[in-house]
Structures are given as structure tokens and as C-alpha cells.
Write a protein that binds this ligand. Structure first.
Ligand code: GLY
Length: 357
């Protein structure tokens, strides 16, 4: 089992990448749960796949275990679902020494993490991400949130887990489209921080797509290292952490403008990275070969690289709601060379529209 420590003073925690699967969970959990009561949150799809394995480990370690099952999908990150989970936490008798385990993808991690952050002003949280998106991105770094009907992830907190346990074997059964959505974040990590990792991904793309466990494990390790290093330097996203949003300003706007149903998050981010790179090229920051290489790697990962029908007005309107924006200026993270991006805070909607042409 490999591990990476997230160094955040008294909130530091390990990320474990298992090589032997659930067998290594007891070793990973040891010392990370204070009290005796644990509530596992998972969705209806994950329940039959992994809950029994996790439950057996918890019971063998002497924990009283209960489960809260949520419907799969973004709609579960709602006030209503949060209220039901608080009720379940109270009925289960969770107290301040209890822990919540988020077992599943990004929706489960965000929602269960939000409950852990707010129930009794904060109880223990363990993240066991089972999708690629959650393993490389959302389970790490403490962002937890639910959605408001007007905006995604707008009610939330930075709340670090006590441990993250990643079993790459969970990726074997992941549907192709869900796997691709995680690949977008993994590719993003290479383009924002590590030119050598770009070349490595180009070499290993076939092995990754065919879910070779060792290659997946190596990719997860490097990708998590990159995210961890950014989070350690700027936990609350006051500056550097914004670089993790490469592709996201346009990506989020594409998701919003298409009703969160046409594209997955990773698909929107993939197109967002290409369009934001076009802006960078038109500003003279990078050249066409950067875009060609980005497009090529995204295509190999089964990700879209352009909108079927680009209609920029609704997308640019949506960019105005981005959480990163300041003083009505749109904040964009733009590439300046391979493995390097910078935050640009001075662009207005008209300039963006012109630069996208
Ligand atoms: N997903 C971007 C971040 O965690 O900051």
C-alpha cells in the first residue's frame, strides 16, 4: 500500500493507495476513528458492490456500523437530502466522537463530507472514493458542498477528512464515460504542473484505458501528489489553489448552460481546457502545438474537445456566476507553457468572446 501525507499542520492526513484491495482497509483505518459509531453513506449503485466489504472490516474492528443510502446523481446534493442525512445521523445516535464514511463517487463525497462538517459542528470523516474523479480530485483537499437551485457547490466548507483510502480495483468496473470524466482531471493535473507527466500519460494511455492496475496505481499516485502539493500551499483557495480550476471556468459554464445533463463534469472540463487554451493562444501565451497535443491526449481518453454547436452568449453569461470571480471580472486559469498555468483576473466577457474566436 502506497501513501501520501497531506501536510496541513494539525489537520494533516494520509491518502492510501491500496495494492491488495479491501484487505488493507483495517491497516488504513487503524487510529483514524475516535468513537465507536460509524455511519457509511453510499448510493444505490455502490451499496451492492462495496458496502458489505467495508461493513465487515468495520465490524471486525469493533465499530457499530449503519448505512445511509442515497439516490445516485447530482440531485442528491440538495438541502432535502442533507436534512434526511442529519435525521439519520441523529437516529443512529452519532455523537461528536463518531465518524461518517463517504463510500462512492464525487456526489457522495461532497454530500457526506458536508454532513460531517456541519453535524454537531463537525465529526470525523473518512473518504473512500470509488470513481476516478473522486480518487484524483474531489476526495482530496477538503472541499465539501451541496448545491443551491441557482448554483452548484455554493453551500459548503473546507473540511479535511481524517483519511482517504483509494482502491484502484474499483476502477475496473467503472463505465467508460465515468472513467473518462476522471481522466479529464488527471490530464489537467499533468498540464498544470508536470510536463513529464504529460509525456508519461501519452505513453501509458492505452494501459490506462484498458484499466491495467499497476499503471492506474502509478497515475493515481502522481496525480494525487500534484493535487496535495497545491492544497498544502493554499488550503482555502486564496491564491495558488485556483490553478486546479484550469478548464473549469468555461467547463462549469458549459455544464450550467446545458442544464447539467448533456455533458459529464469531466467532458465539460475537457472542452473547457481546450477553449481556455485557445484564449491563451490568442493572447500569445502558448502556440498551436500546445492545443494539438492537449486535444490529442483528450481524444485518446475518450473526451470531447469541442462543443457540437458553440453558442457563446449563454456560456459567457454563466461565467459571470463563477465562484472565483472578483469585482465582476472573470477569473481564468490559462496555460503559459507545458506543465504551467497562471491565474488571470482582468478579463471581461467581451474580451473573452473575442479571444474565443
Ligand atoms: N477541485 C478543485 C479543488 O479541489 O480545488
Amino acid at each position: 500500500m502506497k501513501s501520501i501525507t497531506v501536510n496541513l499542520k494539525n489537520k494533516s492526513y494520509p491518502i492510501y493507495i491500496a495494492s491488495e484491495g479491501w484487505e488493507e482497509l483495517p491497516q488504513a483505518i487503524e487510529g483514524k476513528i475516535r468513537g465507536k459509531k460509524v455511519l457509511v453513506v453510499c448510493d444505490e449503485n455502490i451499496l451492492p458492490l462495496y458496502y458489505n466489504s467495508v461493513k465487515s472490516v468495520l465490524i471486525s474492528m469493533g465499530y457499530q456500523t449503519d448505512v445511509a443510502v442515497i439516490p445516485p446523481g447530482e440531485a442528491s446534493k440538495s438541502f432535502d437530502r442533507a436534512q434526511r442525512l442529519y435525521t439519520k445521523a441523529l437516529e443512529t445516535g452519532l455523537d461528536r466522537s463518531s465518524s461518517i464514511i463517504a463510500l462512492g463517487g464525487g456526489v457522495t463525497g461532497d454530500l457526506a463530507g458536508f454532513i460531517a462538517a456541519t453535524y454537531m459542528r463537525g465529526i470525523g470523516l473518512i473518504q473512500i472514493p470509488t470513481s476516478l474523479l473522486a480518487q484524483v480530485d474531489s476526495s482530496i483537499g477538503g472541499k465539501v458542498a451541496i448545491n443551491h437551485p441557482l448554483a452548484k457547490n455554493i453551500i459548503g466548507a473546507f473540511y479535511q477528512p481524517n483519511m482517504v483510502f483509494i482502491d484502484p480495483h474499483t476502477l475496473i468496473s467503472l463505465p467508460l464515460r465515468e472513467f473518462a470524466t476522471g481522466m479529464a482531471e488527471l490530464i489537467k493535473h499533468a498540464f498544470i504542473a508536470d510536463q513529464d507527466f504529460i509525456s508519461w500519460l501519452e505513453d501509458k494511455m492505452e494501459a490506462l484505458i484498458s484499466r491495467d492496475i499497476q499503471t492506474l496505481s502509478d497515475a493515481l499516485y502522481r496525480s494525487c501528489q500534484i493535487k496535495v502539493s497545491v492544497v498544502e500551499q493554499d488550503e482555502k483557495e486564496t491564491g495558488l489553489r485556483m490553478i486546479l480550476n484550469f478548464g473549469h471556468t468555461i467547463g462549469h459554464a458549459i455544464e450550467a448552460a446545458t442544464g447539467y445533463s448533456k455533458y459529464t463534469h469531466g467532458e465539460a472540463v475537457a472542452m473547457g481546457m481546450v477553449y481556455e487554451s485557445k484564449i491563451a493562444m490568442n493572447m500569445g501565451l502558448i502556440s498551436q502545438d500546445y492545443i494539438d497535443r492537449l486535444v490529442c491526449i483528450l481524444k485518446k481518453a475518450n473526451l470531447p474537445t469541442q462543443l457540437d454547436t458553440p453558442e457563446w452568449d449563454p456560456i459567457i453569461d454563466r461565467m459571470a456566476y463563477d465562484k472565483k470571480n472578483m469585482d465582476q471580472r472573470i477569473v481564468l486559469v490559462l496555460p503559459t507553457r507545458y506543465g504551467k498555468v497562471e491565474v488571470f483576473k482582468d478579463l471581461n466577457p467581451d474580451q473573452i468572446k473575442r479571444l474565443l474566436k
